[in-house]
Ligand binder design. Structure first.
Ligand SMILES: Cc1cc2nc3c(=O)[nH]c(=O)nc-3n(C[C@H](O)[C@H](O)[C@H](O)COP(=O)(O)O)c2cc1C
Length: 357
């Protein structure tokens, strides 16, 4: 039934809007700091509860047959995938049922981290669209705990490629985290996984990232290639200048089975965003959503000129965005903000995509 996705999309957006208004009012009246994270967490918990009760009708959508994309030895039934930003496997499972071709799990760090203090996620209206700004600071359970939990996770039952995103404060962190994941990967029943190097990890304690040091990046990729022949995606920052990005592109081009993920959030200060002091830690955060799309398109053009395999991430939420980056040379499309705003964009985009193919 074609109309089902539009109906559920309407209910989802209306409920999200109301929840946001009520929570914002509560935070205002009781003089609490405005914070979107509690609303998102509340919504996520309810989506998972709904899955247990009515998952079949609310979330089960077929992917049209003609959307498959093959990248090296990975097959994506749909080219839209979840970008790395959520660690909740139940929620990611829901998005896969809604029709994603794959998903990248939230960046895994060597040790457990609480992340920055709250508030660290805000909504902002730019380009007449709701966008997000986050300064979560990569909270997570750490690679050892993650590895034990992921081996038998039902996520693999979807038989879709799952990306393991690696972050770190320095080269040594990346190598140690990769080594643990590499050992774990031998126990996986599925070969449908790939690695992503989040080399643009913002919000780290040092403030610098491995992507700024081309030699270290190459050392890391060589280390991975010597041990594991799975696809590796490298996720860059749209904040870097094009000359630097071309150098990264050259390194990636010289290695086997590599994808470039063009882009990530764009760092913006609270002054730029018009937020009050204390709205975000570290004086600002990573902007995501429609407002960053023009730079994503620019990056796809840049890397397409270098003949790289490209995943486009940043500001994609409709078939129009997708067609633009597809025409510019991207093969996969990563979504984050759009999944928070309305996960029913997944069946909507798949449907629209099947009609233009
Ligand atoms: C709340 C939140 C958390 C994120 N966490 C990560 C992360 O752990 N690792 C990562 O590579 N990118 C992370 N991102 C960036 C997204 O994966 C994506 O690259 C960015 O949001 C741009 O895409 P979008 O405009 O579709 O949101 C995060 C984004 C958001 C909004």
């Amino acid at each position: 039934m074609i109309i089902r996705k539009y109906l559920f999309s309407f209910f989802y957006r209306a409920t999200r809007f109301l929840a946001r208004i009520i929570t914002s009012l509560y935070q205002f009246i009781f003089n609490k700091k405005q914070d979107l994270e509690s609303i998102v967490d509340f919504g996520d918990r309810n989506l998972v509860k709904i899955d247990k009760l009515f998952g079949g009708i609310a979330y089960q959508f077929l992917i049209p047959d003609n959307l498959e994309v093959e990248l090296f030895d990975l097959k994506f039934k749909s080219p839209i995938i979840a970008s790395s930003f959520k660690s909740d496997k139940n929620l990611i499972g829901i998005w896969l049922k809604l029709g994603l071709g794959g998903a990248i799990l939230k960046t895994i760090m060597k040790d457990e981290r609480k992340g920055n203090s709250k508030p660290r996620l805000q909504q902002v209206r730019l380009e007449r669209q709701a966008c997000l700004v986050n300064a979560l600071g990569l909270p997570g359970e750490g690679v050892e705990k993650f590895s034990k939990a992921i081996i038998d996770n039902p996520l693999w039952n979807h038989k879709k490629p799952i990306g393991l995103s690696i972050g770190g404060e320095n080269l040594d962190d990346y190598i140690k985290t990769f080594n643990v994941l590499d050992t774990m990967s031998n126990k996986l029943k599925s070969s449908k996984y790939f690695f992503e190097l989040n080399i643009s990890c913002p919000n780290t304690d040092t403030g610098s990232t491995i992507g700024e040091n081309i030699d270290e990046l190459e050392t890391l990729i060589n280390h991975i290639r010597a041990k594991n022949d799975s696809v590796v995606s490298v996720k860059i920052s749209p904040d870097w200048n094009n000359d630097h990005l071309k150098k990264i592109g050259e390194v990636i081009k010289s290695k086997e089975k590599m994808i470039i993920n063009a882009g990530n959030t764009q760092f913006k200060t609270i002054e730029y965003l018009g937020f009050k002091n204390g709205s975000l830690p570290r004086g600002g955060g990573g902007l995501s959503g429609v407002a960053i799309f023009p730079r994503t398109l620019e990056l796809v053009n840049l890397f397409n000129d270098m003949n790289l395999k490209i995943m486009a991430t940043g500001g994609i939420s409709t078939i129009h965005h997708l067609n633009a980056v597809k025409d510019a040379g991207a093969s996969l499309y990563g979504l984050a903000t759009a999944l928070i705003m309305d996960p029913y964009c997944i069946p909507k985009i798949n449907y629209a995509l099947s009609r233009v193919k």
